[in-house]
Design a protein around this ligand. Structure first.
Ligand code: URP
Ligand code: ZN
Ligand code: ZN
Length: 462
């Protein structure tokens, strides 16, 4: 069945244009003024913008931390994604102690069978990295071209030598290494000074230099190895500055931040509900958030991802000491709405930046472009009908996933998802909610990361 999205303003080649868009067999077929509608199902997009479906390259579904399971599995998490206009996610394949990489991949594939949108995996190295590196070719053949290393967390933190070995192996294939940039040993030392204290101590135990020093270390090693580095969840002005310096040396480096670092600060960790705001790296100061917004505007930060890793409120608020609280918060269903409202509507970003940060840049960097991340003939028909003039207030009723609370509760948003389509299927609409069955998502075999076109400089860098 052919579908024509008619009467909307379509995001095409960097601007909104009055075009119809036809879909056939899950792909965008044509764009043009007043396309032939004979025999087609027509979706009236009058008053709406037609944007490419957003891509979230940093989520944690069906995981556990400190013995607590995340509030979202692949079904509930991808439901909330669909409701928020996200049509692709990339999660992680992180082996459990003693688990072989391909067994871990098989396990994650099974867990993801219920996803309603398309998904891929980054492979996360653990302290068993040497054995895992022996399997890198088979992981690559399975469509994994991006890998992750941690410098913090017991069982995951790599030494500098291990990080260098991983960088060399990933770089030899043209892959990209994602980095959780915190010096775990330093964080552990500081944690021991604050044991037994409530949530605010989490930020004191992981100050900004713990992040920026980790970034500096990894940048030096990645430069020597010649490997493309992507720093996940950049939280501080100091961390961003380290990235910017490397960028000015023309190093192949990319940075991501998350909605919580833009919206909240250490003050939110105070008081009885403060532990709900615990994630790592921790919340920073308002000046850091201002620097991150500036980084998104200037292109120093190229991706807004969620690092979606929510836990039930009871698990967050139960422990009396900050170090026993499972780390992570959720926003998978809110990321595009948040960036549109606080960024575009708030006058900090243009619509082009919004689309690049949530959609185009992740598609390019994570080897999905041009299948995903754009609306052009031959691309997957993943799209969002966006209502730029709607306003709404976040309430429990908007949660389409498994979270029992939201840090964004009561927040007012400008702009709203009216409909989400993925490979031509309507998977969400405002009046009916999510309308896609478990298991409609497909695993994505991803290609090589490709550089981002930096429009402002008119040149391909990195
Ligand atoms: O606190 C966080 N960020 N939890 C998720 C795991 C990670 O470090 O990304
Ligand atoms: Zn992390
Ligand atoms: Zn994460």
């Amino acid at each position: 069945m052919k579908t024509v999205i008619a009467g909307g303003l379509v995001w095409y080649q960097g601007s909104l244009r009055r075009l119809d868009l036809s879909i056939n067999e899950g792909k965008v077929e044509k764009l043009g003024p007043e396309l032939d509608r004979t025999g087609a199902e027509v979706v009236d997009a009058s008053g709406l913008w037609v944007l490419p479906g957003a891509i979230d390259p940093h989520v944690h579904l069906a995981e556990s931390m400190a013995g607590v399971s995340t509030a979202d599995d692949f079904f509930t998490g991808t439901r909330s994604a669909a409701a928020g206009g996200t049509t692709t996610i990339i999660d992680f394949c992180e082996p459990q102690p003693g688990e072989a990489p391909l067994v871990a991949l098989e396990r994650r594939m099974q867990q993801a069978e219920d996803a309603i949108i398309d998904y891929g995996f980054h492979f996360a190295f653990t302290e068993d990295y040497a054995r895992q590196l022996e399997c890198i070719g088979r992981l690559w053949d399975a469509g994994i071209t991006t890998f992750k290393a941690f410098l913090a967390y017991p069982g995951l933190a790599l030494t500098p030598a291990a990080l260098y070995a991983v960088l060399e192996a990933v770089g030899a294939r043209g892959g990209m290494l994602l980095l959780h940039a915190e010096l775990g040993d330093v964080a552990d030392l500081l944690r021991n000074r604050y044991l037994g204290q409530p949530a605010r101590a989490h930020a004191l135990s992981r100050p900004a230099f713990v992040e920026s020093a980790a970034i500096e270390l990894a940048l030096g090693l990645a430069r020597a190895a010649g490997t493309r580095l992507y720093v996940v969840h950049v939280s501080s002005a100091a961390g961003l500055l380290a990235l910017e310096r490397a960028r000015s040396r023309r190093q192949k480096v990319h940075g991501e931040t998350c909605p919580h670092y833009l919206e909240f600060s250490t003050g939110h960790l105070e008081g009885p509900g403060g532990a709900a705001f615990i994630m790592s790296p921790p919340l920073r100061e308002p000046e850091d958030a201002a620097a991150l917004w500036q980084g998104l505007k200037s292109g120093s930060l190229e991706v807004l991802a969620t690092d979606h890793c929510p836990f039930p409120l009871e698990a967050k608020l139960g422990p009396s000491s900050f170090d026993a609280v499972p780390n992570g918060v959720g926003s998978l269903g809110l990321r595009p709405s948040y960036l549109f409202s606080a960024g575009v509507y708030g006058g900090r970003l243009g619509l082009g930046e919004f689309v690049r940060l949530t959609t185009e840049n992740p598609a390019r960097l994570f080897g999905l472009w041009p299948q995903k991340g754009m609306l052009a003939p031959g691309s997957d028909a993943d799209l969002v009908l966006w209502d730029p003039s709607a306003t709404w207030t976040m309430s429990q009723g908007h949660q389409q996933g498994g979270e029992d609370h939201s840090l964004y509760q009561g927040m007012e948003f400008a702009g709203q998802v009216a409909m989400t389509m993925a490979r031509g299927d309507v998977i969400y609409c405002r009046d009916r909610g999510v309308c896609a069955p478990a298991g409609r998502g497909r695993y994505l075999v991803r290609g090589l990361p490709s550089p981002i076109l930096r429009e402002s400089r008119g040149a391909r860098l990195g």
